[in-house]
Design a protein around this ligand. Structure first.
Ligand code: ATP
Length: 521
């Protein structure tokens, strides 16, 4: 098209919108008129230097594949059977977009794309049919999913222009979405971003009083259009942050387990995952139960206890009361009543309903644990022992894969509900022949995941001499804030059935009791 072929009124129309004759001519816009096509009632639109219709041709690889018309009185129509493509789509093949030296700007209308081109930035396309409605027929805003899993590209009619240009679009490294600042524009942006991939998309922020790029060109000038594009901000990608964007994390507030001699080696905090292991009868249940009692009495950390091997009444209950009173039985009636009231206030128990045949699998357990947090303010979940949870493994899943998935779920639960999850687990059968000294977190229930996923890992060893025990602190994720590995002797008071400070002659911090301590009983 040459300038001579275009009605000067067309230039006037664009001039009023801030778009000069060079851009009009370069993009192939021309003036046209409608002419009756043959004897029937159909019309054709054809170029006419005096025509009062503005024609916007859509090129693809130099060919006009669609055309939109603006007739007087703001009447819009299109050439029949248009190919669904972007306005100015041929810019998609520019090597600068593949090399990432330029970002592609996608606008909601032709005038906005022209505004960008007018501002001196050629890398702009417009979607062909504007924005989809933002609300459904009941007036409710349509929620757009974040991913495009529900999109079938073959039948994605409204966005066929994306599919039709897929190969060219794939090469584009950076995309600036510059749609209208209104509800339909917001939906269009969301629909484009999920189809094009969030990581390469940015958005622009319009100045006050501007709803699109043509407004910006008219009211602020071409320089501002360019600034806006160069300052486009990336769409946040969930899980990827700069330091300043990083979501606030709960502060690490480690507290004592209640045994002063353990403080240098293990302090507990939530959210976190603690694994406690040791051979049969090593005292794992006694130790873990006493610990949750101490956490409740010293820090008011309520706990949910899922105890599948020990009866709650009277064993767990009395172990908790003992931990609270720190006094041997027999207890006075007043002590018993006080102890029970205290257990009632701070603990909930997760146990299968004898009336129901529900699987007591991990989903079941987590569901109850969530209720314990919400209803009873639980800060601790004690799962004792792991091996008794009726695990539900998927058909195509190995044991190791299952344990990995299950521990991930428990960690997600811990994080989401800000809970300390304590898992008591038996060592694998293969570890039975090992000495206590050689037992490691890798021996837990046949899976290295326990060692890898735990934030803190303890091994309990019963001493050769009755009433002596050692806590092996094997893993501490945050050192030194929450402790450091070590071997800490404790006394097991045979009268109170509680772990207490060792008698001075039994040993110090450095485990210099020699081999005796390690020998299996
Ligand atoms: N150092 C110790 N000396 C003597 N008795 C102890 C010692 N530590 C724990 N006990 C007692 O040993 C018994 C077994 O303890 P507990 O049930 O806590 O062990 P566990 O490791 O949980 O056992 P399991 O692997 O069978 O579940 C309990 O009666 C407990 O009071």
């Amino acid at each position: 098209m040459t300038t001579e072929a275009v009605n000067p009124k067309v230039f006037e129309f664009f001039e009023k919108r801030g778009i000069g004759p060079e851009t009009v001519t370069r993009t192939g816009i021309y003036s046209a008129r409608r002419r009756r096509d043959g004897d029937d009632q159909s019309f054709a639109t054809e170029p006419d230097p005096n025509g009062n219709i503005i024609a916007f041709p859509f090129f693809e690889r130099g060919e006009v594949v669609a055309e939109k018309y603006r007739a007087p009185g703001k009447k819009f129509y299109q050439r029949p059977k248009p190919r669904k493509t972007f306005y100015n789509s041929d810019i998609l093949d520019d090597p600068a977009l593949a090399a990432s030296t330029a970002a592609l700007v996608i606008t909601e209308g032709e005038m906005d794309a022209l505004s960008v081109i007018e501002a001196g930035y050629p890398f702009a396309v417009s979607v062909p049919d504007g924005a989809p409605p933002a609300r459904d027929k009941n007036g409710r805003l349509i929620a757009v999913p974040e991913n495009a899993d529900d999109v079938d590209p073959e039948n994605d009619d409204k966005f066929a222009f994306v599919f039709n240009n897929w190969d060219r679009l794939q090469r584009v490294k950076r995309i600036v979405i510059a749609v209208d600042n209104d509800e339909p524009g917001t939906r269009l942006a969301a629909e484009l971003v999920r189809r094009l991939g969030r990581v390469r998309c940015s958005f622009v922020a319009y100045p006050e009083g501007c709803k699109d790029l043509n407004d910006v060109l008219l009211h602020h000038g071409p320089g501002h259009v360019i600034n806006l594009i160069s300052q486009a901000r990336p769409y946040p990608v969930r899980g990827l942050y700069t330091l300043s964007e990083f979501p606030p994390e709960p502060e690490l507030r480690p507290v004592s387990t209640g045994w002063p001699e353990l403080d240098a080696h293990v302090l507990v905090y939530h959210p976190s995952l603690m694994v406690i292991t040791g051979f049969a009868n090593a005292g794992k249940t006694s130790f873990a139960t006493q610990m949750v009692a101490q956490l409740a009495s010293q820090h008011r950390w309520n706990a949910a206890i899922a105890s599948f091997e020990m009866r709650v009444n009277p064993f767990i209950r009395d172990a908790l009361i003992a931990g609270y009173l720190q006094r041997p039985r027999p207890w006075s009636n007043e002590e018993k009543a006080r102890g029970r009231a205290w257990v009632e206030q701070h603990f909930t128990f997760i146990a299968p309903d004898p009336e129901s045949d529900d699987d007591t699998n991990l989903d079941w357990l987590i569901e109850k644990a969530e209720a314990a947090v919400i209803r009873h303010g639980a800060r601790v979940l004690l799962l004792d022992p792991w091996n008794e949870v009726d695990h539900a493994r998927k058909a195509d899943e190995t044991h190791t894969e299952y344990v990995g998935r299950a521990l991930r779920r428990l960690k997600t639960f811990a994080r989401r509900f800000d809970v300390l999850v304590i898992i008591v687990a038996h060592p694998s059968k293969g570890a039975t022949f090992k000495s206590d000294k050689d037992l490691s977190l890798y021996d837990v229930a046949d899976s290295a995941h326990f060692a890898n996923k735990a934030d803190q890992g303890l091994i309990l060893v019963k001493g050769r001499e009755e009433g002596t025990s050692t806590i092996l602190v094997k893993k501490i994720r945050y050192q030194p804030e929450t402790g450091r590995p070590g071997e800490i002797p404790l006394k097991f008071d045979l009268r109170t059935r509680l772990f207490t400070s060792p008698d001075p002659e039994i040993g110090g911090d450095d485990g210099d009791d020699g081999d005796d301590l390690w020998r299996r009983r």
